[in-house]
Design a protein around this ligand. Sequence first.
Ligand code: COA
Length: 359
Amino acid sequence: MEVAPILEEWEELREDYKKLECANVEYLKKLKELNGAQQQCLKHIQHQRYRMQVMAKTLRKLKKNKESSEKIKEMEDNLLKREAELQTIEERLPKKGSVYLKLILGDIDVSFLSKDEKFKYKDDYEKFKLINHVIAVVANVAMLYTSCRAIEILYLGFLVWYYCTITIKEAILRANGSRIKGWWRLHHILSTISSGILLIWPENEPWRQFREQFIWYNLYSCFVTYLQFKYQRGALYRLKALGERDNMDITIEGFHSWMWRGLTFLLPFLFIGYLFQLIHAVVLYKLSYHPEATWQVLTTSILFFVFFLGNTVTTILVVPEKIKQKVMFSYKVMTRRVYNVLSDTVRSGGRTTTNGIQK
Ligand code: COA
């Protein structure tokens, strides 16, 4: 064994390391440039929004005075289009996490800069919910056929963990431009609390009386979650296809008719679930007068009533909101297509594609 070849190899490696150092310097420079560009975009967006707000205010005043309505309509349309454009640009910019995320994860950037990463995260979130509901079905069937307290404790502990996890995932999705309504996020935070309360509810007579009804409700809500999964995943893949400029398989009209069909199928099942929640609230309220009842009974009754109210109102409001936002949705899809062309152009450095689009 001689040391000379190793020394020679070390020299070679030293040369390679110099290349790595250069690449790293280049990387840090680009990172700084990227940071600067992101801040520039954010500043421009803020500026656009500020001026648009002032213009919208003036338009409202003009409308009250019944002045040239044709031009006003055109301007309102322009503002709506621009808002859709701003939202599309914002989708690719870093965002600060909510206070909730900051408390849990600290002050870190949770944004995904590529659309594919975002899509994958949302898809994983939907799959995560489904897989956990399959586990819940197994646990509930086991609880239905046995009266083993250990399974109950394990299941309720699992629910606390599950709801806690999805609130974090939803906060990350929200930070990345998802339009999840505040109620659904609050619903999942309240579900974490209610699962915690159920976990420490002692095994007394009110629990034994409520238990079976609770298990059937869980099984039903697992079934509804499966239907929701089919709908949300279908929407996710169709929206992705809609944003792709070359995709001719789906149109905005096609997406809307699919969505309404999906919603009209899903809504009756959702409302049956909400009725279940109302029944729970009433049954638990009556049970709260039982001599053995502890504070958990009345608290759970109140929480189920809150779920019933919040879910019913939010779901009823989905329909008129979707009708109202139809124009905005079309603008967003169109701007997404345009931005996809632009990002392809940047990536290819201005070459022409095989389908003839000038890049
Ligand atoms: N939980 C998490 N995310 C939800 C959600 C929910 N319950 N409802 C909607 N979202 C998300 C959507 O995926 C969408 O995300 P995106 O912006 O990242 O694409 C965003 O919120 C906006 O959705 P929206 O357009 O308002 O509604 P939708 O068409 O996606 O879904 C419903 C409408 C009614 C089907 C849906 O809200 C739903 O399933 N609600 C019922 C939930 C429930 O009651 N669960 C308990 C069952 S017993």
